[in-house]
Design a protein. Structure first.
Length: 131
């Protein structure tokens, strides 16, 4: 499994989404993890809200202005999905938008207040804005 995490300033840790079970054989819905260097441990954030799919390549990026994490690349019935995580509410929300194949890079551009994503070198670049 490939997962791309991000540092969440307000939580002071590295956040990622992963699946329980053996590599390549998920056995349940995705779990949301946070690693904090101060504690030197991982903990399950156990967020509420919409359930994340059970497969895919979750790719995350953090928007510090809105204190949210965008997650793209989760597959549901062979269709990519986009979710937003509210740090304040500890909840995921399915954005129900058309999601391109994003598996390599997702970053937040603070100057333009937009998420930028791409599938791989030489592919299109997609922009996401969370309101």
């Amino acid at each position: 499994l490939y997962t791309y995490g991000c540092f969440v300033d307000s939580l002071k840790g590295l956040m990622l989404v992963d699946f329980p079970g053996a590599e390549g054989k998920p056995s349940g819905p995705a779990m949301t993890w946070l690693f904090t260097a101060a504690d030197n441990r991982w903990r399950d954030l156990a967020p509420g809200g919409d359930a994340l799919p059970t497969a895919g390549r979750p790719t995350l990026a953090y928007d510090s202005g809105n204190d949210v994490v965008l997650c793209v690349g989760l597959a549901a019935e062979k269709q990519n999905k986009t979710f937003v995580y509210s740090v304040k509410d500890n909840q995921w929300k399915d954005l129900a938008v058309q999601t391109p194949k994003v598996i390599e890079m997702l970053v937040f551009d603070r100057r333009h207040k937009v998420f930028l994503a791409t599938a791989a070198m030489g592919c299109d670049v997609y922009a996401f804005r969370v309101k």
